[in-house]
Design a protein. Structure first.
Length: 765
């Protein structure tokens, strides 16, 4: 039975967008969730938009059996409500909480800035702040006016923030995160005027539809006349938006054809736009590729930093010839390990390189090589620091590279960056204190980075800029896995270039009791493994029919450590919603963390952004351990104790009952469920990465046909990163390389080109 509905709905998620209407979920003013099915043209909802909706209210049952309220509407009008951006600003003022902030917004709306600048209205503001307590109200109002005046007197930039937020609200921008980005980018007493002069600045920060809507409004308000759609500001804004889309895919460069396609999709003439960008000097080229400007600078800086490491005089004197061979044998004896010929040659090769790359798939003994190499480097008089992006990967590396005589701690990249920053600060000011647990980097340090394929270009740039002169770097990883969550793929490009690489290819005997390395190797080679349907086995790789996914993952979650990996964000969101709803007790206290997640104690969570100042990075997994009022504590992977989640990081946390494959890199679980969807995202590299997350059991949800199609597809990422080939190795290292190559080509020959140096988009691996 239906009833009439009329009210404001704020869009949370757009489910469908067609020429004749749309479907989205949103929240009513009372916070309840509502599904809106709109039949009408010229309405393109975006998350954060508010609409006045009228229609018939009834119940809708989704495919999971969950019942939600739905409005069938033919009348829907976009609305702009004051307060979405002003309210958070108000709550930062002395003694103004959510309730008092709302009273002021309701009373003054977009005139609030003028009211707070007019001291004659203090009594009026006081009466609204606390109507029943005039003395307290007067005191708080005085504090508010004093704070505003102090801001205006000490720094006019702060005083104009509220005016800027008001201006954005009137343009239809509701997302406080986007508004904050714009303010940080445009901050200044003339921020509004500069935004008017550069109306498409938002194109590099937000969805093109919204940025274009804002830009056209600004152009019209400036009375630009006709031809707004071909205005130079709009053309360059469309190009900025195209760069943003490339970066969101991890690309740092693209063919002209791809860029032209992105520009056409934004409703601008591609060749005119690129010609204009060339005239303005904002178009970067590298061979046949167009490079994203900021990313191109980062890549060039990383390339220069690596070359600088290679040009420096050695700070650790390594022996040559038979003496080097003896050093490696001594390191083997000290660790109690016996290397294969392939591994021994890799150690010799890697010791010879100031910048070196260890490439190997699952189960080939990369950790063994790193352990012996670290010992040899220490015997030669150097010191070793080990790191990995993910906490669990760092913990695994610590265990694998340590021995009773030589315990070694590996740290997350976030911690290493923090240590280096504190070391630099102490070098500039000797009175600064550093934690006793901090490692000191020296000119004799060899930095070993495991799972280096996960390290994005900005993170690597930060790390390299902080290393002391003389330090060396070893990157270890697997080019068959997906490139990083963030932009670029320096590790993959270094492997493709080839001159710094030692390759391990042989899956070792100690991995023979697990079928996971064997199956993953078949997938990596482009072969379709023959798998049985799962029947409750504790170890192995099996297929699971799609219809049994929910039952299987709930059964495994109750029995062991479980990771569920999917490709589509919609699938991840559905699993997170249904699993959290099914598993949490009805009385469990929950806490909403920004727009991305509502969490309860025992919920798995994942970071979605790098926050190195907090020791957090994109893809870090954890479990909520405590919710106590505004405080939330999380036990992150690889850490011994839970810690409080910083308020500023709350909006970067999502539920992790399921995660994307990119987020899973660097982590592992005893059991892994892999949803093999019909999607261009599910590729050979994607499947290989997902399978290698499993320690004991991997279940592929799908059928043989879906598996075959996935293995045919390849992951593509285009970069502009180029680094010249390394100088020739010393004779002893060259001899080791040739010896192993003569036994079957275990090491990749020098001189192969990276994907970055080839025109177009080349598949990884």
């Amino acid at each position: 039975m239906s009833e009439n509905f009329a009210g404001t709905v704020v869009v949370e998620r757009v489910l469908s967008q067609l020429d004749g209407g749309c479907i989205f979920t949103g929240r009513r003013e009372d916070g309840s969730v509502l599904r809106v099915k709109f039949a009408g043209r010229d309405t393109q909802p975006l998350p954060g938009d508010a609409f006045e909706v009228k229609g018939q209210l009834s119940n809708y049952r989704d495919r999971f059996g969950k019942v939600v309220a739905q409005v069938d509407s033919k009348r829907m009008k976009r609305t702009i409500n004051p307060g979405d951006l002003l309210r958070p600003w108000l709550e930062r003022l002395p003694n103004i909480g959510a309730v008092r902030a709302q009273r002021l917004v309701d009373a003054f709306g977009h005139d609030l800035a003028a009211v707070l600048a007019d001291s004659t209205r203090l009594a009026e503001v006081a009466a609204l702040i606390e109507p029943d307590k005039p003395a307290l109200a007067a005191k708080i109002a005085a504090q508010v006016y004093a704070a505003v005046a102090a801001q205006a007197g000490a720094d006019k930039v702060n005083a104009t923030e509220v005016e800027f937020l008001t201006f954005l609200e009137k343009l239809g921008i509701r997302e406080s995160r986007v508004a904050g980005q714009l303010w940080r980018f445009m901050a200044g007493v003339d921020a509004v005027e500069r935004l008017r002069r550069n109306p498409y600045v938002p194109a590099s920060l937000m969805d093109w539809k919204l940025a274009d809507r804002v830009g056209l409004r600004l152009l019209r308000s400036a009375d630009e006349g006709t031809g707004l759609h071909a205005h130079p500001s709009r053309l360059l804004g469309a190009l900025s938006s195209a760069w943003r889309e490339l970066l969101s895919d991890g690309d740092t460069a693209a063919t002209p054809e791809r860029v032209e396609g992105l520009l056409s999709a934004r409703g601008v003439e591609p060749k005119v736009t690129l010609a204009l960008a060339g005239e303005r000097g904002v178009l970067r080229r590298s061979g046949a590729l167009l490079r994203v400007p900021g990313a191109a600078w980062l890549e060039d800086q990383v390339s220069a930093a690596l070359l600088a490491i290679e040009r420096r005089a050695p700070t650790v004197a390594l022996p040559v010839g038979d003496a080097l061979e003896a050093l490696v044998h001594d390191a083997e004896s000290a660790t109690g390990l016996q290397l294969t010929d392939e591994q021994h040659a890799a150690v010799v090769t890697l010791l010879d390189r100031p910048v070196s790359v260890l490439q190997g798939g699952a189960g080939v003994g990369k950790t063994t090589v790193m352990k012996v190499l670290a010992t040899a480097w220490e015997f030669a008089g150097g010191d070793v620091v080990m790191g990995a992006l993910a906490g669990k990967a760092a913990l695994t590396l610590s265990r694998g590279a340590s021995s009773p005589a030589r315990p070694r701690l590996a740290y997350t990249i976030a911690r290493l960056i923090g240590m280096l920053q504190r070391q630099h600060a102490q070098e500039a000011d000797a009175e600064r204190k550093r934690p006793a647990s901090d490692v000191t980097f020296t000119s004799r340090t060899l930095l070993v980075i495991d799972e280096a394929g996960m390290l994005d270009t900005p993170s690597l740039h930060t790390l390299l800029c902080l290393l002391p002169e003389g330090a060396r770097v070893l990157f270890a990883g697997d080019e068959g896995q997906l490139p990083p969550v963030g932009i670029g793929k320096v590790f993959h490009d270094l492997v493709a270039e080839g001159s710094r690489v030692a390759r391990l290819t042989k899956v070792l005997r100690q991995a023979a009791d697990s079928v996971i390395p064997k199956v993953s190797l078949l997938v990596r080679q482009g072969c379709v493994p023959q798998l049985d349907v799962w029947n409750g086995e504790a170890k192995g790789v099996f297929l699971v029919p799609t219809a049994q996914r929910d039952a299987v993952q709930r059964r495994l979650r109750a029995q062991s450590e479980l990771m569920v990996v999917a490709a589509k964000r919609a699938t991840v969101a559905d699993i997170n919603e249904t699993e959290s709803f099914a598993i949490r007790p009805a009385s469990a206290p929950t806490r909403r963390l920004g727009p991305l997640a509502t969490v309860a104690v025992a919920d798995p969570v994942v970071m979605t952004a790098n926050r190195y100042q907090d020791g957090l990075f994109n893809g870090l997994l954890g479990v909520v351990t405590t919710i106590d009022g505004p405080s939330i504590e999380v036990l992150w992977d690889g850490e011994d104790e839970p810690r409080a989640l910083p308020t500023e990081a709350e909006g970067d946390v999502e539920l992790a009952y399921a995660i994307t494959c990119h987020k899973s890199q660097g982590s592992s679980a005893h059991a892994v469920v892999v949803v093999v969807e019909d999607s261009r995202l599910v590729t050979r590299e994607w499947l290989y990465t997902a399978i290698t997350r499993g320690k004991d059991l991997v279940l592929l949800v799908g059928d043989d046909a879906a598996l075959s199609e996935a293995i045919v597809r390849r992951t593509e990422r285009t970069t502009g990163f180029v680094v010249p080939a390394a100088a020739a190795q010393r004779p002893d290292a060259t001899a080791a390389l040739e010896r192993v190559n003569g036994q079957g080509g275990a090491l990749h020959p020098h001189g192969s080109r990276s994907g970055a140096q080839a025109a177009g988009r080349a598949p990884n691996g």
